[in-house]
Design a protein around this ligand. Structure first.
Ligand SMILES: *[C@@H]1O[C@H](CO)[C@@H](O)[C@H](O)[C@H]1NC(C)=O
Length: 468
């Protein structure tokens, strides 16, 4: 039952009793959502009608809980299926192969149902005001005052993010890809309610800054030779500190359950030949492709957590570990390709940033400017761009740009959000996913280029910025 039908029910109940009800929904400062039914009370009456309205609200909560269980049981079935498939694959032979094919079809079907159940869950959740998200009905009070009965239903937002279907531990790339195929290409524009085409976006007065106007063709520099390199991240340091220089390149292959190897290359030539100059073993495993190198440190998200880490390469130690407040992780708000890309670092002319989402933001992209020494959040912006609906993002001169697809060859940069003016703008700048599976897209402010990891391939794009 939706909130709308609940309200209709409440009004009918109250109208039938010959009274003039009013209804209001408000959120107070600490995020509590308050539903108020107000009816005149000329005489002392029972609150039975109001009691029924409360029942209807409880019904709504129960329906959500049922949906949640459905999502969870579907997830368990997918896991069981995957174990069978692994067994049949080992068995080999013609019959086993046809079993595997059948199981693959069944798995795809299960994943589709899972996705539908998740969507239904989100719909139920989004039909309510923010304070009611993911919460059991906490309390309802009936207050009487003078000539009115006031009925409040309130609930408080839970501090922890909800357990989401996508937070199950599927480690293989296949699951992540199948899942992403199903959820991809939800129009991001649905989140943009205000028409902002007339807004002029101005940028901070940094040298060489401007709006992105054009992205060139990808140039391929290296190709990973094992499945571990299907996704990954490659980086250069825009502000290196000795012993490193602007020439150095770092790379992490991110497929696997315990990703800890950071490869270092002397320069582009060595990188293209595949000769590493050093391999760091990271003290904590890496989650996905969101890392970046800046001022001699690798910044990355610790696996299965919202912890941000600063690994200093010179001392090979983690200097700072800090939780990113309220950030969703482990598949709560990934980019459309999946891959647990919940938290993505970025570096631009203005410094270090992190892009993510929270329950409070309903999955919209949240950007925080970070102090690179302490990883403290300095300032935060909430955009109207749905994170799951875009394939990736990067920041140039304080402006966040989003990519509409990770897999179509003729993709476009579809939105810009300017943290200088807090305004967004729809764009259509062509961007080529040459190898049709882009898992990382980062801007490098020293090179003034975009680095990306497209289906085993490490590529670079020229860009053009407008003059201010
Ligand atoms: C933009 O939003 C930030 C963060 O919410 C706020 O601190 C800042 O004052 C806003 N700036 C403008 C120009 O509205």
């Amino acid at each position: 039952m939706s909130v709308v039908s609940l309200l209709t029910l409440a009004s009918l109940l109250l109208a039938a009793s010959g009274q003039q009800p009013t209804f209001s929904r408000t959120s107070n400062r600490d995020g509590r959502c308050i539903y108020s039914f107000t009816v005149p009370s000329p005489v002392e009456t029972s609150c039975s009608e109001l009691g029924e309205a409360a029942n209807a609200v409880r019904e709504l909560q129960r329906e959500r809980a049922t949906q949640q269980r459905e999502v969870e049981s579907l997830g368990e079935r997918v896991q069981v299926l995957e174990r069978w498939m692994a067994g049949r694959e080992e068995a080999g032979g013609h019959e086993a192969r046809s079993d595997v094919r059948r199981l693959q079809v069944e798995k795809l079907d299960l994943l589709r149902r899972l996705e539908r159940a998740e969507r239904e869950n989100a719909r139920l959740r989004d039909g309510q005001c923010p304070g009611l998200r993911e919460t059991p009905l906490e309390s309802h009070q009936i207050a009487r005052g003078g000539r009115q009965d006031v009925f409040n239903l309130s609930s408080r937002q839970r501090a922890q993010p909800s357990r989401e279907a996508s937070s199950w531990s599927f480690e293989n790339t296949e699951y992540q890809e199948l899942k992403s195929e199903i959820i991809t290409e939800i129009p991001a524009s649905k989140m943009i309610q205000r028409s902002e085409s007339g807004t002029s976006i101005t940028t901070q007065q940094s040298p060489g800054c401007g709006m992105l106007e054009w992205v060139g063709e990808p140039v391929t520099f290296q190709k990973a030779d094992s499945i571990a390199g299907r996704y990954g991240v490659w980086m250069k340091d825009p502000e290196p500190v000795p012993p490193h220089s602007r020439e150095h390149i770092w790379r992490i292959n991110t497929v696997g359950t315990d990703v800890r190897r950071l490869y270092e290359y002397q320069d582009l030539d060595q990188f293209m030949k595949g000769y590493t100059s050093k391999v760091y073993m990271l003290p904590e495993p890496v989650e996905s492709t969101g890392g970046t190198v800046y001022r001699g440190s690798l910044y990355y998200q610790k696996r299965r957590s919202r912890s941000l880490l600063r690994f200093e390469m010179k001392t090979e130690t983690i200097l700072v570990q800090k939780d990113l407040p309220h950030a969703g992780y482990r598949g709560a708000f990934p980019y459309s390709w999946g891959g647990y890309t919940d938290i993505d670092f970025a570096v631009d002319e203005l410094g270090l940033w992190v892009t993510y989402s929270t329950n409070q933001a309903h999955g919209a992209i949240v950007i925080s400017k970070l102090d690179p020494n302490t990883l403290e959040v300095e300032q935060t912006w909430t955009t109207a761009i749905r994170k799951r609906a875009v394939a990736n993002s990067f920041i140039i001169c304080g402006i966040l740009y989003t990519l509409n697809s990770y897999s179509i060859q003729n993709a476009v940069i579809n939105f810009a959000y300017n943290t200088n003016t807090n305004s967004s703008k729809a764009l259509a700048i062509p961007f080529e996913n040459r190898y049709r599976y882009n898992s990382m897209v980062d801007y490098n402010p020293a090179e003034k280029k975009i680095l990306a990891w497209d289906n085993f391939n490490m590529v670079m794009y020229d860009i053009k910025l407008s003059k201010i």
